[in-house]
Structure formats: structure tokens, C-alpha cells
Design a protein around this ligand. Sequence first.
Ligand SMILES: Cc1cc2nc3c(=O)[nH]c(=O)nc-3n(C[C@H](O)[C@H](O)[C@H](O)COP(=O)(O)OP(=O)(O)OC[C@H]3O[C@@H](n4cnc5c(N)ncnc54)[C@H](O)[C@@H]3O)c2cc1C
Length: 542
Amino acid sequence: MKTTQQGIRQHYEVLIIGSGIAGLTYALNLSELAPNTKIALVTKMELSASNSWYAQGGLAAAPDESIALSSHIQDTLASGDGLCNSMAVNTIINAGPEAIAALIKYGVKFDQNAHNLPDLVKEGGHTERRIYHYGDTTGAEIIRALTHAVKQLPNITILEFHTAVNLITSPQLAIPHFKPDVLGAYVLENKTGLIHNLLSKVVILATGGAGKVYRYTSNPDTATGDGIAMAYRAGAHVSNMEFYQFHPTLLYHPTQRNFLISEALRGEGAYLRSPRNNERFMEHYAPEKMELATRDVVARAIFNEIENDEFNFVYLDIRHKSREFLQQHFPNIYQTLMKLGIDMHTEMIPVVPGAHYLSGGVLADVEGHTDLSRLYAIGETACTGFHGANRLASNSLLEGVVMGKLAAQASLKDLEKPLPNYSAVKLWDSPSTVNTRRASQINAHWRGLRGEMTSYAGIVRTHAGLKDLLQLVRLRKAIVEEYYWQHVVTQDLIELRNIILVAELIVESALNRKESRGGHYREDYPQHAVEPRESMLLAGKS
Ligand SMILES: Cc1cc2nc3c(=O)[nH]c(=O)nc-3n(C[C@H](O)[C@H](O)[C@H](O)COP(=O)(O)OP(=O)(O)OC[C@H]3O[C@@H](n4cnc5c(N)ncnc54)[C@H](O)[C@@H]3O)c2cc1C
């Protein structure tokens, strides 16, 4: 059946794509600075669906004193493994105390100790206690408060279940290094299938990460790298795509996917055991630190065990702690596992490593400016160099709040500029597309891509594997691209198209980095190169 998806043209001053901590903070700050600004906040599921909602540990912010701030800066630089942008690190960390004050003002609650002071905790890689948290559901508490605050603002139109498809740009000119203006986005209304033109003076990409590029991930289904793919297609630069951080212990379960089993369990003495013989295998990989070795060492050890065995998981064993201790220290994990029929006091927990955080993304400064005018990227979608080659735990929520505020201030200038020329912008035109529902074909590409990325561009990489993978990914990309242009556009197809592009960018970057550093491990180059080299800049094709 031939069909069209043409929607209507809508005008706003600002279009925010994504409703995680970064997008919501931007919306609140801009509405304070310029209360009459007409904002559209587009999000592909319900307002609260985001990586931000799932954050467990908390938000890192040192007290407002020079020694404490400089220690947080040092820890961030150490974790970034030689590739942090020190300007971004200084700016974001120094803004930490203000970020906490702002969140509290928006109604976020953080745990307090017996003296009514913030109950600050410590996590891996931090030398001080500086993590603000709300039990082990900090992200859900932050998103609860921010979504409530955003819903009170009359200048914001919230469009839930709307998926941005592509950026709308000014006409391309055949001039060397020409970069177009961004004028808005084509946005699919998921329920009707119509694709609307949302035109605006400023576009904010706050679409989060891309964990779904791997088979196992802590990220929810929304994390498909849409913002990175859209920006790249429009001609923006992306960077640091080889640096994916893997979390060593996600729950391995047939129905409950993406559930993170916090590192704090190993911090409290949990053992890792092989399902083959119940042996503690970390003694073969890190005999001194055992289960307390760094995230990347533990993730690689588990990956190795799984690769060399018939099992797809290993066990995490904390049965030696009392039931009361487990209930008190890990209430969310304890209850979630119990609901799934796993009693962590009497049974071992099957776990697998999975993609957790993308340190790379759309090249941006701390104010979110990209190299396309009127386009900003903030939060996990952006690459400011704050995380370098590896993110320090709990620094990403901080980055989202700080960038949300700085981008709101910076974008005021764009709002003062005259309206861009929208006359050449066309409505979505798809008269020759057909509506054949080939869901199984799309699913096969998802499964294939995620499996290949996990095997060849996951925790352990080699030149030969990456080279083969690049061919596979490019073949899939060509097939799916053709499918996209010939078929009715659905959310699943948009996401598949985007994740394949993100996969290609990861593989190209990983091939190019002939060393191991931060979140990137090459079996054929297991050491650091002598000089840290900036990451490959991938220029989008404008
Ligand atoms: C399980 C887990 C635990 C974590 N724990 C911590 C922690 O303790 N501390 C910490 O600092 N960080 C933690 N992180 C990382 C942190 O949560 C994220 O880096 C951060 O929340 C990213 O925020 P964001 O606003 O950039 O993106 P997100 O919160 O992911 O929001 C992205 C938004 O964009 C929307 N979107 C995406 N594509 C489109 C599209 N095409 N059209 C419309 N909307 C779109 C999504 O639906 C979503 O609303 C954790 C992450 C996970 C998954």
C-alpha cells in the first residue's frame, strides 16, 4: 500500500529533543531567564523515560572549597586517562555546588545524615566522599522533581511519544567546509505515524547515550544514539566514539533486561564465581585486588570467562552477608531480585558485563555549542572532553545539570537573532513509501548488529575483528538505508538506522586508536601509546 506521513508545520522558538536530566534542566533554566520563550520539549516515550531515571549511585559534587574542588578535578583527570579537556573539567566541577543548590530548589531530595547534613558517599575512583544520593534511586528522585517543575511552566509544550527523525537544515551550498544552519527537526508522532515539521530558532539535542548498540546494556530502550546520528547526518563533528564504558555486573535474566547490580556489592565483599566450578576466577586476573580491581579489569575478566566457557554469565555471590544487611544496604536490588525469584541471601546472582556510558558524542563546548549554528548538544549526547577516555562514576548527572544551565544562558543570543529563513523548508514528503510491516526483518538487524558489536567492538577489540566488523556494519547500513527510504518510517526503523550509524562511528574510531586507554581496550595494543593522542574527529557529511 502506498502511503504518506505528511504532518503539519509548527513554529517554536526553542526545540528541546530529550527529557533526561540535561533537557529538563535546560528547559527550567531557559524558562527562568526568558519566561515567555515558546519551547517544545519532544521526547520519544513518556516524559520520565531516560537513562537519567535509572541512575542509582548519585551525583558527584565537591563542597565549595578550593581543596575539595581540586581533589574532585584530580580524580576526574585520573579517570579520563590523559584525554580530559581541562577547561571542561574545571568549569563543570567548579559549578558542582551551584548545581546541587539548583536541584534542591527544584524540589530534589537528597539523603541526610543524623546531623541534617548531606549524607555524602564515596564510589570507585573518588578519593573523597562527595556523592549526593537518594537511597539507591537517585535518578528517579531527580527526574520526579524536574518533570514536576517542567509541567508547571505554561511556555513549554510537552510532546510525549514523539520521536525526532532528522534535523532540518538550511539549503546545502557547494562551498568548501560549508556548514548549514539548523532550523528545526522532523518529528514522528508515534501514535498517528505523522511526521511534523517543528521549526525553531534553536535546537537542543539532549538525547542521551547509545547503550543499545551492544547486546547487554544497563541503558533503557531509549538509548539509541539518535542525537549523535542526527547531528552527524546534518554535518556536525562527533568525537571520542571509541570510549564506551562497560559496567561489569548487569543482571543476566531472560525477562528483566538492563538491571544494574551496583559495584557497591563488590565493595561490600561480594565474590565473582565461575558457573563451571564455583571457583573465584579473579585470582587469575587480578590476584591482589581480586573483585575490587577497576571496572575495566573486572569487566575484561568476566568477558574472558564467558568467551571461554559454555555459559553466558558468571555469578556474583554475597550470600555470606546477613539478610538484614542486604535489605538495608541494597533495598532496590534486594526487592527487584526477590520479585524475579532470586533471593540474594541464599542464591548467587547471574551477571554479565554491559555497555553503560558513552564518553564520546557530538563535539561541543561546555555551553553546548556544536559546529552547526543554532544547534546545541548537552548531557551524554555531547562530547566536551569532560570525561576524557573514561567517565568518573557519578560525574555524568553533574555534567547534565551544569550543561543544561550554561546552554540556556548561551542560547539567549541565538534567540535575539532574526528568524531564520524557513521558506525553503519542505514538509515531509513520502508519497512513494510502502507500508509493509516487516518487523521480523528489523528485529533480525537489531539482533545481528548488537551481537556483532559485542563480539568485535565490545570489551576486547583487535584490528582484524574491527576490520571485519566495519564491513558487516556498512553492509547492514546500506540495506537499512534503502529500507528507510522505501518504507513507512516507524520509531523502530528510525532507531535502527541511527544505531547502525553510531556503530559505524564507534568501529571507525576504535580502529583508528592503536593503543589501550580508558574505556578502549585493544588486545593487539594492550599498552598506552607514549603520547596521548586526541580522538579521531569524524566529520558529518553535510
Ligand atoms: C543504570 C544506570 C545507572 C547510572 N547511574 C549513574 C549515577 O549513579 N550517577 C551518574 O552521574 N550517572 C549515572 N548513569 C549515567 C547517567 O544516568 C546518564 O549519563 C545521564 O542521565 C544522561 O542524561 P541525559 O539527559 O544526557 O540523557 P538521558 O537521561 O538518557 O535522556 C535522553 C532523553 O532523550 C530522549 N530521546 C532520545 N532520542 C530521542 C528522539 N529521537 N526523539 C525524542 N526523544 C528522544 C529519551 O527518551 C530521553 O528522554 C547511570 C546510567 C544508567 C543507565
